[in-house]
Design a protein around this ligand. Structure first.
Ligand code: FES
Length: 111
C-alpha cells in the first residue's frame, strides 16, 4: 500500500469496469469501490443494517442493493434509500492519479 498526501492507493482503474464494484480491505476497513459510468466512488462495504458485504450485492447506476435484505444505498452520497437499513454508509474522498484510484480514509464522511 502506498500513500500520496494522505490518500491511499486502493486499486487500479483497470480493475473496475463501468457498472462494476469491488471490495478492498485497507487500514482495517472494508471499502466498496464502485464505477458508475466512469465515475468512481468509495463507501463502507458493510451494510448498516447487519453484517452483509455490499460488494456481493447488485449495482445499478448509483444504487447498490444489499444482498441480504434488499436495502439500497446511493454510492455517491452513502444515503440509505430503503429499509430495513436506515443509517447512511460512510463515504470516502476519492481521486484518480493516472490508473491509480486513491481514497482518503482520514477524511471519511460521517454518516
Ligand atoms: S443486512 Fe443489508 S439490508 Fe439487512
Amino acid at each position: 500500500m502506498s500513500v500520496t498526501q494522505g490518500f491511499v492507493v486502493a486499486a487500479r482503474a483497470g480493475e473496475l469496469a463501468p457498472g462494476r464494484m469491488k471490495r478492498v480491505d485497507i487500514g482495517g476497513r472494508r471499502i466498496l469501490l464502485a464505477n458508475v459510468g466512469g465515475h468512481y466512488y468509495a463507501v463502507d462495504d458493510t451494510c448498516t443494517h447487519e453484517d452483509a458485504s455490499l460488494s456481493t450485492g447488485f449495482l445499478k447506476d448509483e444504487l447498490v442493493k444489499c444482498p441480504l435484505h434488499g436495502s439500497r444505498f446511493n454510492v455517491r452520497t452513502g444515503e440509505a434509500l430503503e429499509e430495513p437499513a436506515e443509517a447512511a454508509l460512510r463515504t470516502y474522498p476519492l481521486r484518480l492519479e493516472g490508473e491509480r484510484i486513491l481514497i482518503d480514509l482520514s477524511e471519511a464522511g460521517t454518516p
